[in-house]
Design a protein around this ligand. Sequence first.
Ligand SMILES: *[C@@H]1O[C@H](CO)[C@@H](O)[C@H](O)[C@H]1NC(C)=O
Ligand SMILES: *[C@@H]1O[C@H](CO)[C@@H](O)[C@H](O)[C@H]1NC(C)=O
Ligand SMILES: *[C@@H]1O[C@H](CO)[C@@H](O)[C@H](O)[C@H]1NC(C)=O
Ligand SMILES: *[C@@H]1O[C@H](CO)[C@@H](O)[C@H](O)[C@H]1NC(C)=O
Length: 317
Amino acid sequence: MKSLIFGFHIILLLVTASYCKSDCDNLADILRKWNVEVNWNTSDGCCASSEVIFCNSKNEITDLYLESKTISGELFDIIGNFKALQYLCLNNNNLSGKIPDSIGKLSELKYLDLSNNGFTELPKNIAKLSKLEYLYLQNNQINSELPSNIGDMESLIKIDISNNKFNGKIPKSFVNLSKLEWAIMNNNEISGNIPDNFKKLYKIRELNLNTNKMRGNIPSDVAQNLNVVNLNLGNNLFYGNLPKEFQFDTLNLEYFCVENNYLTGVIPESFYTDNSDYCVNSSQKDIKSLPSAATKPQISKLFIIALNLIAFYYLLF
Ligand SMILES: *[C@@H]1O[C@H](CO)[C@@H](O)[C@H](O)[C@H]1NC(C)=O
Ligand SMILES: *[C@@H]1O[C@H](CO)[C@@H](O)[C@H](O)[C@H]1NC(C)=O
Ligand SMILES: *[C@@H]1O[C@H](CO)[C@@H](O)[C@H](O)[C@H]1NC(C)=O
Ligand SMILES: *[C@@H]1O[C@H](CO)[C@@H](O)[C@H](O)[C@H]1NC(C)=O
């Protein structure tokens, strides 16, 4: 009987010991595995003594700024134990492999920067981060699809996944990101159409899909979105007419690019009347839809929309 009770206590001790390990102790374990010096006094914990670690009154880590530390290796599962974490920066390191599933447990996270590493996979449960406002994953090797329930990330203001190997379609739920202002997704392998109800993204200021495998028509509600300042759809497989709703005098567009698609139609005259920037590609030959320059003395820039009817018919498969 005695030994039974003793054994039970041992188990309880083991369970509570690993469960109650402080954030600082967990962080020390991680840093040692990464060969990063742990320069705080074990007795004081990490909260008092560092400019890259910030804690709340319960000594739980809220901010971790470990960018540009020449860290190599994986991002360990234990990262999910930092329950109070709000700001996590690990950008400009040499981290690789999968971003762990446990990232979805960081329910307080507002800011996540994993850019400029060698990560290869994004777990679906990133979509559980309903408080996340800024998500930076650019310049990795991520070969994943965006999670179908990405619309659950209801606080998201900015997403940058540029220069990866993201594939699959933009999920339908994407248009539920009602706070989204910047969607920077260029240089990936994203396919499919621009999702329906794009105008639900009524705060969107920048949409950059340059150099993907997007196809289909450009929906007119992209053009109707009055907040869009920077719209870059170049180097995709879009076809059909450029929506007539693209009118530069009524929109806030400052940058507009549709080069190297299979679009047809007429470029609205209003494109010539302001000082906006356009995606110019003077090597493209078909300029027949340009209005007469003679009647537009204020023209300062030439711009050209790619036309390629042959490929357009090819794409209609
Ligand atoms: C660690 O604690 C000792 C004793 O309290 C102190 O002398 C030392 O300066 C501390 N080191 C750091 C890095 O804070
Ligand atoms: C980066 O990580 C890879 C894979 O873990 C490793 O082979 C390489 O040596 C690392 N590079 C640097 C500069 O640490
Ligand atoms: C978007 O949000 C609405 C309201 O919360 C929900 O009913 C709908 O299913 C969501 N759409 C998608 C595609 O997830
Ligand atoms: C312009 O278009 C041509 C032909 O489509 C392409 O090869 C070239 O890279 C483009 N130039 C720029 C600067 O985008």
